[in-house]
Design a protein around this ligand. Sequence first.
Ligand SMILES: [Zn+2]
Length: 132
Amino acid sequence: MPTKKKCIECREEIGVASKVCAKCGSKQPYKAKLEERKRKMTTEWRELQKKNSSLNKVYDSTNLQLHKWELLERHPLLLLGRKTPEGFHAECLCPWELDSEDFNDAIDTIRKIYEDSDYFPYSRCNKKEKKS
Ligand SMILES: [Zn+2]
């Protein structure tokens, strides 16, 4: 991992986590390379995935990433929410065994909170459905 980066303004070497350059005070872009990759990927990539029906490949790579986090002892839990004709539904991806009833109940509760939360724009479609 690099420990230094160059300031976007004065090109001074600064710490990789610096939000502001210590020399010139310029604000540094937040994870600029990652944001650039996300920007490039957005439209083109999504259309290509739909055309190739490659959802399973994305699931596979996501599961692989979750497995990597598990190996790093970060124990991930991923909720993938999507709009369906019946409302906003979330599926839960988790790289460890779901073998206890308590754990399954907890996951179910977390999933329902996510599906019904007012914080997420898509979950509001569930509320509208209940009123009608
Ligand atoms: Zn600078």
